[in-house]
Write a protein that binds this ligand. Structure first.
Ligand code: NDP
Length: 327
C-alpha cells in the first residue's frame, strides 16, 4: 500500500478558505530526489500570493516553500545527504505544507545539531532572503543606511539584526507602535510607524536631508513611490515583494528625474537555483545564528489543520516575526 501524507492543497485561487487538507501519496524518491518527514513548516507571505492567484499556478496545487525535518530516503545521485539527516530548506515548487513529501534534493541543506527543527523552518526562506538582500543585490558597506519596510515581520526582524551585525544603519517601518518597538529591540536604529507618520519626511529628517543608500521594499503598491523619494542620488531601490499589492506600471524616466536611481526586483529562488550558492547561503545564515548575531523569533504557531487561520492572521497584519505550522 502506498503511504500517504496529510497535505494542504488548493483547487482554485481565492481567500484562505480555498485551502484544504487531503491525503496524498508520497512515494519513493527518484534520481536527484529525497523523501523528508517534516517536523516543522514555515509560513511565508509568498504562500498567500500563490493561494490568491497573484502568482498563478497550475491547479490543484500544494502550498508551502519552507520546512525542516528528517530525511527518510534518498534517490540515486544524491550525495550531500543521507537517511536520518536533520535538514531544512526553502524551495520551489511549493509543497511544504505536508507531513512528508518527495522533493528535489538540491535545495535541501543539512541543519546544524544545535538549531531546532522549528528554528530551521522559521529561518530558511526568510533568512536566506536577508542574506541575498544584504550581500548579493547591491554592495553595502559598514556605515551605509538602509530603509527596510515591514521591519517587524518574519523577514524584517532578521534584517534588523543582520544590519546591526554588519554595521549598517537600518531605518525600519512598521504598522503599529508596538511593532516599531520590536524592530528597535532587534537592532533597527530607528523605526517609523508608517500608518501614522509620513515615512518620506521622517527618513529625510533622520538622514539630515541626504536620503538612504538603499531601500528594501516588500510592501509594494502602498510604499513604492515614497520609497524612491527616500533615496540618495544613485541610490538603489530593491523592490522584493507586494504585501499591499503589486507595484503598478510606471514611467522609468522617474528614476532619472529622482537622481539616477537604480532599481532591481530580485527573487530568492534565482539565487537558490545554483546548488553551491544555495548551500553557501544556508551556511552563512546558520553562522549568523550560531554566532548569536541573529536570533529567530517565532511568535505564532498553528497546527497544520488551522492553516486557514494562519493565512488570515498573516494577511490581517496581526503577526510579528516568524510563524510555524505544526505537521
Ligand atoms: P511578514 O511577516 O513581513 O508579513 C508581511 C507584513 O507586511 C505585514 O505584517 C505588514 O506589516 C506588512 N504589510 C504592509 N501592508 C500590508 C497589507 N496591505 N497587507 C498585509 N501586510 C501588509 O511576511 P514575510 O516575512 O513572509 O515576507 C515579507 C515580505 O518579503 C513579503 O512581501 C514577501 O513576499 C517578501 N519576500 C520576498 C522574497 C523575494 O525573494 N523576493 C523572499 C521572501 C519574502 P506592518 O503591519 O508592520 O505594515
Amino acid at each position: 500500500m502506498t503511504e500517504t501524507a496529510r497535505t494542504v492543497v488548493f483547487d482554485a485561487p481565492g481567500g484562505p478558505e480555498v485551502m484544504h487538507i487531503v491525503d496524498r501519496p508520497v512515494g519513493e524518491p527518484g534520481p536527484g530526489e529525497l523523501r523528508i518527514r517534516h517536523r516543522a513548516i514555515g509560513l511565508n507571505f509568498i504562500d498567500t500570493y500563490q493561494r490568491s492567484g497573484l502568482y498563478p499556478m497550475d491547479l490543484p496545487h500544494p502550498l508551502g516553500m519552507e520546512a525542516a525535518g528528517v530525511i527518510e530516503a534518498v534517490g540515486e545521485g544524491v550525495t550531500h545527504l543521507k537517511p536520518g539527516d536533520r535538514v531544512a530548506y526553502a524551495c520551489q515548487p511549493p509543497g511544504a505544507y505536508a507531513e512528508a513529501r518527495v522533493m528535489k534534493a538540491d535545495q535541501v541543506c543539512p541543519l546544524p545539531g544545535s538549531i531546532s527543527f522549528e528554528q530551521g523552518a522559521a529561518m530558511m526562506l526568510k533568512g536566506m532572503t536577508v542574506e541575498y538582500l544584504f550581500h548579493r543585490t547591491t554592495p553595502l558597506k559598514r556605515g551605509d543606511t538602509v530603509l527596510f519596510h515591514a521591519a517587524a515581520g518574519g523577514v524584517g526582524l532578521i534584517a534588523c539584526q543582520w544590519a546591526r551585525s554588519e554595521g549598517i544603519t537600518l531605518i525600519g517601518t512598521a504598522g503599529t507602535d508596538e511593532k516599531c518597538r520590536l524592530a528597535l529591540d532587534h537592532g533597527a536604529s530607528h523605526c517609523i510607524n508608517y500608518r501614522t507618520e509620513d515615512f518620506v519626511a521622517r527618513v529625510r529628517e533622520l538622514t539630515g536631508g541626504a536620503g538612504v543608500d538603499a531601500v528594501m521594499d516588500s510592501v509594494g503598491k502602498d510604499t513604492f513611490e515614497g520609497s524612491l523619494d527616500c533615496l540618495k542620488p544613485l541610490g538603489m531601490m530593491i523592490s522584493f515583494g507586494n504585501a499591499s499589492g503589486p507595484v503598478p506600471p510606471f514611467d522609468i524616466g522617474i528614476l532619472g528625474r529622482k537622481g539616477s536611481l537604480k532599481l532591481t526586483r530580485p527573487v530568492l529562488f534565482t539565487h537558490l537555483a545554483d546548488h553551491k550558492t544555495c548551500q553557501d547561503m544556508a551556511r552563512h545564515l546558520f553562522t549568523k545564528v550560531l554566532d548569536g548575531d541573529v536570533t529567530i523569533r517565532i511568535d505564532q504557531r498553528f497546527p497544520l489543520d488551522q492553516v486557514v487561520e494562519a493565512h488570515r492572521a498573516l494577511e490581517a497584519r496581526t503577526t510579528t516575526g516568524s510563524t510555524i505550522l505544526e505537521p
